[in-house]
Each structure stands twice: as structure tokens, then as C-alpha cells.
Ligand binder design. Structure first.
Ligand code: ACO
Length: 395
């Protein structure tokens, strides 16, 4: 690899790299991906092992601090997060100023941005506490965005519950009766969150780093990351996949005809949940999600024809030269939506779930960047192709 900033200083040359396909913006110790072999490791641990044996909070610690926590460290981390779940009552009123039709990702990003109005100034240097607050409050904000869209009352968090159970209760519980915990649901959601926790320099993480590189605080950086994640080419793809599957079902056009339209690039139509900038092989997260989909739907007693359409679509695409030549495989978003739907989440909440999953990775990168003595403000170059100097009329 070449250090381009030195090369630029020495030669004055600028590399043009649309989409940063070949430009590393940083060194990092957090996540390793081998896109050709379909390998993903967090801090050296294979994603398959973490998904099987770990928990969301343990992986969060691992990503942020670099080692697996001891039992005491994890216990203390969990305890602190439970103590910070409450939102300021004024912030709860903030939700009533937004339309109930608002997309939950916009609500999430706005509320995280608003968090800095409560805490900014009180502890600007206390990144550790800010990370705890974000881990504790993001799921509560997410659940309130969901409840608001339904016109239902917000519940207070029940801090005797685990991270995931608390979140599920806030989404699906009500004031009238106690919430019944379903271990199948909790385990499945925890696993999905682990799979989303980090993915090195993807668009939203790069956004978090870029915003953070200006010296902006962690709340602002995470709020920007949430917005970057919302796009359909990134985290928003999980929502788009379900819409695509439903459209194939409702139109009755059949999987084969839909794939033909994708190959003709008709109206820019894409096979959502397929393809990845880094993976030129099966996304290892998609392998795990696909395996879980049958298991979770059976465990929840749900049969969904959209899962059958997804599998048929995958089979069709994997045998087709268009997808083979371009090395397009299912990515993490292809099967997650079917599981979220079976859990009872509306489609518009899918990317919010991704954001909760990705939060620890964003924070780990923000922290790593701030500890790195080589960090500079992010400021890409451009190649100017506009008009040469012109004279203003009369000047
Ligand atoms: N369906 C059909 N064709 C595709 C798809 C797709 N999903 N993805 C890529 N292609 C085609 C492109 O049209 C291009 O074809 P061409 O060579 O004829 O021009 C070729 O494959 C290469 O694709 P690029 O767009 O250059 O790949 P890039 O790395 O820039 O984009 C991306 C990656 C954005 C993920 C793309 O594959 C895509 O749009 N996929 C669908 C959206 C999606 O699932 N996003 C989630 C990504 S994972 C995540 O963020 C969590």
C-alpha cells in the first residue's frame, strides 16, 4: 500500500477514486474482512463464533476496548447501561412535535442529535459516559419512534430486563398487561444485532469518522451515521428487500421475469440485498441469517411466503451469468427483513434495528480515530472540471 498523502505532497499528483474504491482512509485494528473468501472477524474473532456464543453487549465491549470483557467488566457495563435508559421527560415531548408518519430513521437521527442538547457541555470529554448513554438510550428512542407511528403510549424501560428483552418490551408491550418474554425472539434478535455490530469503513462508519474528525461530538457523529445508514444502497436495503419481495408476490410476475428486468437494468431496478463493495463471495453474515430464518420462523410459529420467494430469487440469481460474472451474492440485508417481519416489526423499523446493531462499531471507530495520533480532519480532494476564469458582466 502507498501513503498517498506523502505522494501528493511530493509529486502534486491527485488520485481520482469515485466511491473510494481503492483509497484507505485509515488504519484500524477493529474489524478484518477478506471479501474474496467471505471472512469477517471482530478484533480477530470469527463472526460465526461470536454469533453462536456471545451477546450484543459483550461484542460491543470487544469492539470498543479490543478484548473480551471479564465477567465483572461485562456485569458492570450492563449495569451502567441499565441505569441510563431513561430519557429526559422534555426529550419525550420532542416526539410529539414530529408527524406520526415520520420515518423512524429520521426520528432516530433527530433524537440522537437532540441528546447533545441535554448532555453537551456537562461532560464534553467524558466519552465513556456518552457511549453508555447512547447504548442505553438508542433502543428506547427507537422503540418510541415505533410506538409513535402506531399512536400508542410510550412505556418506561424496565431495567430488571436484559438489553434485548427491555427493547422488545418497549416495542411490543403495553400499559395494560405484563410483557411475556419469548426466549426464541430474544436470542434471535441478539444474534442479528451481533452480526450488524461492525463492518469496517462502510459508508455510515466513514461518515461517523468524517464528522468526528472535525472535532464534532459523538452524538452529532452518530446522528450523521444514522442518516448515512438510512439510504437504500446501505442499511436501508433491508427495508427495500421486503418491499421488493412483496412487490414480486403482489404483481404475480414471478421471480424469473423480475430477474430479467434486473438484468436489463430496467428503470434502474436492482436485486436489493444482493452485491457488496467488499464481498465478492457469499457474505458470511448472510449465511448465518439465512440459516436462522427457517429456525426463527419455525420457532415463532410463522410461515411466510416471502421467505420462499427470497430463496427462489437467490437460487435463480446464483445460477445466472449476469450475477456470476459480477460476483453478486446475497448480503446481510437479504434475509434479515423476513425475520424482523416475523418478530412483528413493521418494515420501516428494519433499518432502525440495523442502527442499534451498528452503534457499537460506530463508537469503536470514533474512539479509535480520536486515540490515533495520525488522525487528521477528513477532507477529500477534487478534480475541478468546471469553467475557467470568466469575467462578470460589467466588472
Ligand atoms: N442488482 C443488480 N445488479 C447489481 C447489483 C444488484 N443488487 N449490485 C451490483 N450490480 C451490478 C452493477 O449494475 C454493475 O454492473 P455493470 O458492471 O454492468 O455496470 C456491477 O454489478 C458492479 O456493481 P457496482 O454498482 O459497481 O458495485 P458497488 O460496489 O459500487 O456497489 C452495492 C455495491 C451498492 C452494495 C450494490 O451492489 C447495490 O446497489 N446492491 C443493492 C443494494 C444493497 O443490497 N445494499 C446493501 C449493501 S450491504 C450494506 O450496506 C449493509
Amino acid at each position: 500500500s502507498i501513503d498517498l498523502s506523502t505522494l501528493t505532497r511530493q509529486t502534486g499528483l491527485t488520485a481520482l477514486d469515485y466511491g473510494f474504491v481503492n483509497t484507505a482512509s485509515t488504519q484500524s485494528e477493529i474489524t478484518y474482512i477478506d471479501g474474496n473468501q467471505g471472512i469477517l472477524r471482530y478484533r480477530g474473532y470469527p463472526i460465526e463464533q461470536l454469533a453462536e456464543h456471545s451477546t450484543y453487549l459483550e461484542v460491543a465491549w470487544l469492539l470498543i476496548y479490543g478484548t473480551l470483557p471479564t465477567a465483572d467488566q461485562l456485569g458492570e457495563f450492563d449495569e451502567k447501561i441499565r441505569r441510563h435508559t431513561l430519557l429526559h421527560e422534555d426529550l419525550k415531548r420532542f416526539f410529539s412535535a414530529l408527524p406520526h408518519t415520520a420515518h423512524p430513521m429520521s426520528v432516530l437521527s433527530s433524537a440522537v442529535s437532540a441528546l447533545s442538547t441535554y448532555y453537551e457541555g456537562q461532560d464534553p470529554d467524558d466519552v465513556e459516559l456518552t457511549m453508555i448513554r447512547l447504548l442505553a438510550k438508542l433502543p428506547v428512542i427507537a422503540a418510541y419512534a415505533h410506538k409513535k407511528s402506531l399512536g400508542q403510549a410510550f412505556l418506561y424501560p424496565d431495567n430488571s430486563l436484559s438489553f434485548v428483552d427491555n427493547f422488545l418490551r418497549l416495542n411490543f408491550g403495553n400499559m395494560a398487561e405484563p410483557y411475556e418474554i419469548d426466549p426464541t425472539l430474544s436470542k434471535a434478535l441478539d444474534r442479528l444485532l451481533i452480526l450488524h455490530e461492525d463492518h469496517e469503513q462502510n459508508a455510515s462508519t466513514s461518515t461517523v469518522r468524517l464528522v468526528g474528525s472535525t472535532g464534532a461530538n459523538l452524538y452529532s457523529s452518530i446522528s450523521a451515521g444514522i442518516q448515512a445508514l438510512s439510504g437504500p444502497l446501505h442499511g436501508g436495503a433491508n427495508e427495500a428487500v421486503l418491499q421488493m419481495l412483496a412487490q414480486i408476490r403482489d404483481s404475480g410476475e414471478g421471480v424469473g421475469k423480475f430477474v430479467e428486468r434486473v438484468k436489463r437494468k430496467e428503470d434502474g431496478v436492482k436485486l436489493m440485498g444482493f452485491g457488496h463493495r467488499v464481498y465478492k463471495n457469499y457474505d458470511p453474515r448472510a449465511t448465518i441469517v439465512k440459516q436462522s430464518a427457517d429456525e426463527v420462523l419455525a420457532g415463532l410459529g410463522v410461515a411466510d411466503p416471502l421467505l420462499d420467494i427470497a430463496k427462489e430469487l437467490e437460487q435463480f440469481a446464483l445460477q445466472d451469468d449476469y450475477f456470476k460474472e459480477r460476483r453478486l451474492y446475497p448480503n446481510v440485508d437479504f434475509y434479515t427483513g423476513v425475520i424482523y417481519k416475523a418478530m412483528g416489526f413493521p418494515t420501516r423499523m428494519f433499518t432502525v434495528l440495523f442502527a442499534i446493531g451498528r452503534l457499537p462499531g460506530w463508537m469503536a471507530h470514533w474512539r479509535e480515530m480520536n486515540l490515533d495520533t495520525q488522525t487528521k480532519i477528513g477532507r477529500p480532494q477534487q478534480l475541478y472540471i468546471g469553467e475557467p476564469e470568466r469575467r462578470y458582466p460589467g466588472a
